[in-house]
Design a protein. Structure first.
Length: 382
């Protein structure tokens, strides 16, 4: 059936293709930060000027594969539900950027003196980079931070000193051994995270026994002393070098499942945005969301989403020459029991079919006419 409908659709869809874009900018910080190269990925959906996007901040973007792994994973894992802007931060001296000032003298020797700029780096992201992105791009308040190895160490350090900077943190095989477990001591003695609602994903490999032990200690304190949502992975078959890609995939899967593929969370998320005047969910996005839940056989969730935004269901049907999308939307409402709205869409689809009659073959006209008639008969029987 879907294959036939796709044939029907080809005749009416105006195909305008927009591509994703990656641009590079340079942003100046203080003397310790210098002039930073920043990579900014915008998804193809950014071409729609009515939309806004969550932002993902990725450390270690000087390794392009680390940056690319993030935006490509989002495209594969969220099924078009929430495309995101991805910001990559380049570090020429990553350990100096990522590691906080040491407490133990021997740490300087261990790191060859390359450490201690983490607080400046945090300030740069918070006070310079994030405001630049929010000013120059259409962003939503939600921010995700991703760090790997010592980049993960930085994100955990930053979480302890600035718990409100990120709404979600993906800590990929972070180094909790640094400075004899400095982050563990800081978490135990100066915990600003007690009321935090951060989504926290962490994964580790078997780099060393002490590496795992310190990670487990840090995680157990988080679980005991905070309200954070914590997802953990341990990769026995991955190495520290190979784990990044799998960690990013699992992190996004867990986050999307938590925040967006959960109808209650999703409804709460958009209601809060609307109540705070930060974003208005469009009818098009509402339809796309409900259709996605239907594809996963989550019928009651799809219905719940539509019912919670009933004010968007009324009014005129959005103008469109995409008869397949119109028919599919009518079918969505029909399958969820909104027969009056479904009827409006099928009748509108029928009128568009008539308008295009001289542009299509009789075969496709008759097919379309028959499918619409079939749906209208079913509606009138109920």
């Amino acid at each position: 059936m879907r294959i036939i409908l796709l044939k029907f659709a080809i005749l009416f869809i105006v195909n305008i293709t927009y591509s994703q874009e990656i641009k590079t900018v340079n942003i100046s910080g203080n003397k310790e930060i210098g002039n930073r190269e920043i990579l900014i990925y915008t998804p193809k959906e950014y071409s729609d000027p009515t939309t806004k996007f969550e932002v993902v901040y990725v450390l270690d973007a000087q390794q392009r594969e680390i940056f690319d792994a993030v935006h490509s994973t989002i495209a594969f894992q969220n099924y078009g539900l929430r495309p995101m802007i991805v910001v990559g931060i380049v570090s020429d001296n990553r350990n100096k950027d990522f590691l906080p000032i040491n407490k133990h003298p021997e740490t300087i020797q261990e790191q060859a003196g390359q450490l201690g700029n983490a607080s400046n780096f945090s300030e740069f992201i918070d006070k310079t980079l994030i405001p630049y992105i929010d000013t120059n791009f259409r962003t939503l308040p939600t921010k995700i931070g991703i760090g790997y190895s010592n980049g993960g160490t930085f994100l955990n350090y930053n979480m302890l000193i600035k718990p409100d900077m990120f709404d979600a943190i993906f800590s990929i095989d972070a180094n909790f051994n640094y400075d004899k477990g400095q982050l563990i001591d800081k978490l135990e003695n100066d915990n600003k995270l007690k009321q935090s609602k951060i989504f926290y994903y962490t994964c580790q490999t078997a780099s060393s026994e002490n590496w795992i032990k310190n990670s487990e200690t840090f995680n157990s304190i988080l679980e005991k002393n905070t309200s954070m949502t914590i997802e953990k992975d341990f990769f026995q078959s991955e190495t520290h070098t190979s784990v990044y890609q799998q960690g990013v995939i699992n992190a996004f899967k867990a986050y999307f499942r938590y925040q967006f593929f959960n109808s209650e969370k999703l409804i709460e998320y958009f209601k809060n945005l609307e109540d705070n005047g930060q974003y208005i969910l469009s009818k098009k996005e509402l339809h796309r969301t409900a259709k996605l839940f239907m594809q996963f056989n989550m019928t009651e969730d799809a219905r719940k989403i539509l019912l919670n935004f009933q004010d968007k269901l009324s009014g005129d049907i959005e103008e469109s020459n995409d008869l397949y999308a119109l028919f599919e939307t009518g079918d969505l409402y029909f399958n969820l029991g909104f027969k009056n709205i479904a009827k409006k869409y099928f009748l509108f689809c029928e009128s568009k079919l008539e308008q295009n009659r001289d542009k299509i073959s009789s075969e496709f006209y008759n097919f379309g006419k028959g499918k619409i008639k079939e749906k209208l008969l079913l509606i009138n029987k109920k």
